[in-house]
Design a protein around this ligand. Structure first.
Ligand code: ATP
Ligand code: MG
Length: 498
């Protein structure tokens, strides 16, 4: 069991609770997930839309929980510590910070919000810290990482209790820096309350997630909380993309309150800018980076103008933290971004091989359009659709692949318990509509090998659907399978045969 970190009375005072029952118990942890509750845990009973945490009160107390945090009065027969508060989620966040010794105050925490580019910018910030010799940590959609140690992510922005526990570990293991994605929904659910962000970054705001927030104004307002101090303490610096109209609105609102704001742009005068941008599928992206402390020629493995925005954002955050231009140039030159997001598999064959996570028709269309803009050659697309999942996307994905490729190779994704050929035949209906040349190879390895064997100088092979996944699920079995490794094998075969 963990060492006691604090006690009920301290937590109760910190969250402004009305305490009943014994206030003497030690507290080692806080959670609103009853499965995480152990001896010494404070359990926050949250009344959610579908589940009421109060159902688990007896259960967690039997398992030795230190007490209950709730917006309601204790049941009459309740024995133990009961902390009544106004808002369960806000209290969860505050208690998590107190119990873990406020780790976000003990390193430089960067929070990144926006509709697009959060994950990539987080990876870039991580790389810049590493290049500056600071041990970094990060929380992203793809993975949580402390130094070299990585674990798969559970969600883009974890609960405040998970984040504080994670940051505690990061500080204890010597990290001086952490970057995290802050999704608007997470901010709205108070998952970022009481985290001390040194720098907050705004990438952009476009129509998305309106199912949750209702209007763009609400969506913007949720993101604004990361900047204006409503989460606890305002960040020391705000980094804002002013090519975005909501970014400009944010800039005006923050400057009128006297907050420190640094801006970035590709189109207008800003603190951070980029000139002479050159994008190549084979070579990556080069540009002249303009900063308040000097200019640098940058050569990045990332492909595309949107990533220039992400690099500007990460550079601005790094300079606000005091990192120098040498480290920034070094970090940007090595960072390949988020795994499986338009990730190029390096080769000397004169054609590009790209692994991308796109597994919806929309995402696939974006990826194929990006590739089309950057190549004069053919686009060869290898893709499939998952089994036991949304069947309605099979025909549209087939159509998109057909309409935007020169050759489509239909294969298996994670067939799960469905017959792989059954799924492929559904996709085939969409591909056929487009009238493009296509092949069917249900074995994904063979399909990838085939695409690479057919590629000629100037072509692009897009391997879509699985991105960073390192497995394939066939039936109920999970096999090791990594599109990037298989592509590399395919490339080696080509190299051996010439
Ligand atoms: N700055 C940007 N502006 C516009 N589009 C971008 C930008 N950065 C990345 N993209 C595109 O948006 C998609 C998602 O990128 P990324 O994973 O970095 O963003 P995210 O905000 O973390 O998204 P998610 O909410 O899906 O986790 C990618 O397909 C990428 O090509
Ligand atoms: Mg993300």
């Amino acid at each position: 069991m963990q060492e006691p970190k604090t006690n009920i009375l301290t937590v109760s005072k910190a969250i402004g609770a009305e305490l009943s029952g014994s206030g003497k118990g030690d507290v080692t942890d806080v959670t609103h997930d009853s499965r995480q509750a152990r001896e010494g845990t404070l359990f926050v009973a949250v009344k959610g839309l579908t589940m009421d945490g109060h159902r688990f009160v007896d259960d967690v107390m039997r398992r030795g929980a230190a007490g209950i945090i709730s917006e309601y009065d204790p049941p009459p027969d309740f024995e133990g510590a009961w902390l009544k508060i106004k808002d369960a989620r806000v209290s969860l966040a505050k208690a998590a910070a107190v119990i873990n010794g406020d780790p976000s105050q003990q390193l430089d925490l960067v929070g990144i919000t926006g509709t697009n580019g959060k994950t990539t910018t987080t990876y870039l910030c991580y790389a810049l810290a590493e290049a500056a010799g600071v041990k970094p940590a990060m929380l992203t959609t793809v993975e949580y990482r402390i130094g070299e140690r990585s674990e798969p992510a559970v969600r883009t922005t974890p609960e405040a209790s998970d984040t504080n526990r994670f940051l505690r570990r990061a500080v204890d293991e010597g990290c001086g820096f952490a970057a995290m994605e802050a999704s608007s929904q997470a901010i709205d659910l108070h998952r970022c309350d009481w985290l001390r962000f040194k720098v907050s970054v705004f990438t952009n705001l476009t129509q998305d997630h309106l199912d949750y927030h209702g209007t763009m104004e609400n969506y913007f307002d949720a993101k604004k909380k990361l900047f204006d101090g409503r989460l606890g303490e305002a960040p020391s610096s705000c980094v804002i993309n002013i090519d975005d109209e909501w970014g400009r609105k944010l800039l005006n609102e923050l400057t009128s309150k006297g907050q420190r704001v640094v801006t970035y742009s590709q189109d207008q005068t800003a603190d951070f800018g980029a000139e002479n941008i050159d994008v190549s599928l084979l070579r990556g992206t080069t540009f002249l980076l303009k900063t308040p402390i000097g200019d640098r020629q940058i050569s990045s493995p990332l492909v595309g103008r949107p990533h220039v925005y992400n690099m500007l954002a990460a550079t601005a955050a790094a300079i606000e933290l005091g990192y120098d231009l040498d480290s920034i140039e070094k970090g940007l030159s090595v960072c390949v971004g988020a795994p499986g997001r338009f990730e190029r598999v390096p080769n000397d064959c004169g054609f590009a091989v790209v692994v991308d996570y796109a597994h919806t028709d929309d995402a696939l269309l974006n990826t194929l359009k990006t590739a089309r803009d950057l190549t004069e050659g053919r686009i060869i697309t290898v893709f499939g659709c998952g089994g036991d999942r949304d069947k309605t996307k099979r025909v549209p994905m087939g159509r998109v692949a057909g309409e935007n490729s020169d050759l489509a190779i239909i294969t298996s994704d994670n067939p799960r318990t469905e017959d792989p050929m059954e799924i492929i035949r559904e996709i085939e209906n969409g591909v056929k509509d487009a009238g493009v040349q296509y092949e069917i190879l249900s074995d994904r390895r063979e399909a990838i090998f085939r695409a690479i064997a057919l590629a000629k100088r100037g072509d692009v092979v897009i391997i879509a659907g699985k991105g960073h996944e390192t497995y394939q699920i066939v039936g109920n079995d999970k096999f090791h399978f990594d599109d990037r490794e298989v592509a590399q094998e395919g490339l080696n075969r080509v190299a051996e045969s010439v």
